[in-house]
Design a protein around this ligand. Structure first.
Ligand code: URA
Length: 434
């Protein structure tokens, strides 16, 4: 196979066969397809699209690049959750242990930050000692003991996605429905889960900027997952403003811990409960979403979700004391306020802009080889819809150096809008039945 021909075929709107896609993926992993050739092919795929059969074939090729786990020794039902990516979305960190505390296991393969969005792995690594790379046997052991384990891809699990994900992150090739579908499902199918709950984000801070595009992605994900034999429910949720009050790795981890303590911002807690209820129903724990929610609320109130979090962190080699003492998480040396330009109602906090501000502060990457600063990010002082007074802080920018803050201050200030009345916000926009 000549990779140039595959690039040209896609560039000109052609359809690649299953064998060609498999060879492309295999060739890339084996070094026969260069990084620049894969980048060019990804851009052609983004611009020209992939049809349903190409999407399925790409998903299969990426899945086949690694192992498919069975996790047979985990006797309870296993349900995974995945978000298509957002700003301030720390839900996996509190959701996985909370669902585990209610009797459904959560084997989760998560990703790193992508473009302007944050990644669960980067957030977990803000916990001193937490290891995201476990082999299959250790993953199964943690799942058995803690009920939840969140790991990254390794050479064992969908290694093709790990490589492609990092490449897409830095080549402007993230926002493609078939590439997102293949990326998410290749790793989700690898864990041998009994079901999957998808949080498909819509809005400025999402890869899908509006409801119509998010619906297209949600439908493609549910259809492809179902064809692969994975029971799936998708919720489309709002991502016009960051979720919760923090953006950035340690800051978000702290907020997820607050949720497990029974506090935390209302939207983060609500999304955790809504997604968790879907997971418990899909996991056969109960048939009713309302009962499922009550179980989750009880696990928040009695501390069993928090206890599972500590167990999971300990089993991953992390400092479990952060569960009761989040002050142990890294803190930024520089913390600078973003003042409100006038008095009024906060009508928008642009998640796209704030996502890039957070990357600029050091919380994300602009090149695949960049390290992230766990302490960097943004603390938001107000939710959209709240009243603000001129001069008071709308947010604090956190970084290791003042120069990073100075470079991002104007962009952060412009991300906020203050007006008379905020639009009515809904968190869950739509639900797609499995
Ligand atoms: N999440 C993923 O795992 N992959 C994508 O491509 C986008 C979001």
């Amino acid at each position: 196979m000549n990779p140039v021909e595959l690039i040209i075929k896609k560039r000109d709107g052609g359809r690649l066969s299953g064998a060609e896609l498999e060879e492309l993926v295999q060739g890339y992993l084996a070094g026969r397809v260069a990084e620049y050739q894969m980048s060019a092919w990804l851009m052609a795929a983004l611009l020209r699209g992939l049809d349903e059969s190409e999407t399925v074939a790409l998903t299969r090729a990426m899945l086949a690049s690694g192992r498919q786990l069975k996790l047979e020794r985990v006797r309870v039902r296993k349900i995974d959750k995945h978000s298509t990516g957002g700003v301030g979305d720390k839900v996996s960190l509190c959701l996985a242990p909370l669902v585990a505390a209610c009797g459904v296991a959560v084997p989760m393969i998560a990703g790193r930050g992508l473009g302007h969005t944050g990644g669960t792995l980067d957030k977990l690594e803000a916990i001193p000692g937490y290891r995201v790379r476990l082999d299959a046997a250790a993953f199964e052991r943690v799942l058995k003991s803690a009920g939840a384990s969140i790991i990254g891809q390794s050479n064992a699990i969908a290694p093709a996605d790990r490589r492609l994900y990092a490449l897409r992150d830095v080549t402007g090739t993230v926002e493609s429905v078939p590439l997102i579908v293949a990326s998410i499902l290749s790793k989700k199918l690898a864990t041998g889960s009994d079901g999957l709950v998808l949080d498909v984000k819509a809005g400025r801070g999402a890869f899908m900027p509006n409801l119509a595009r998010a619906r297209e992605l949600a439908r493609a994900l549910v259809r492809t997952a179902r064809n692969a034999g994975l029971r799936t429910t998708a919720l489309i949720t709002d991502m016009s403003a960051p979720l919760g009050r923090t953006v950035g790795n340690a800051l978000e981890t702290r907020e997820a811990i607050e949720v497990l303590h029974g506090s935390g911002p209302a939207d983060t807690r609500e999304l955790t409960l809504v997604l968790g209820a879907e997971m418990l129903v899909l996991g056969g724990r109960t048939r009713s979403l309302r009962t499922a929610r009550a179980l989750l609320e009880r696990a928040l109130a009695d501390g069993s979700g928090l206890e599972r979090f500590a167990r999971m962190v300990r089993a991953h080699g992390g400092d479990a004391r952060v569960a009761d003492d989040p002050a142990r998480l890294p803190r930024a040396r520089v913390r600078v306020p973003v003042p409100a330009a006038r008095t009024g109602t906060l009508t928008a906090a642009d998640a796209w802009e704030l996502g890039w501000v957070s990357v600029g502060l050091g919380a994300g990457r602009t090149r695949a080889e960049d390290a992230v600063d766990p302490a960097a990010g943004i603390e938001l002082c107000h939710a959209v819809g709240e009243r603000v007074e001129r001069g008071e802080p709308l947010a604090f920018l956190c970084a290791s150096k003042r120069s990073l803050v100075e470079r991002n201050l104007a962009r952060a200030t412009a991300a906020f809008r203050i007006g008379a009345r905020a639009p009515r916000a809904r968190l869950v926009l739509e639900r797609l039945e499995r």
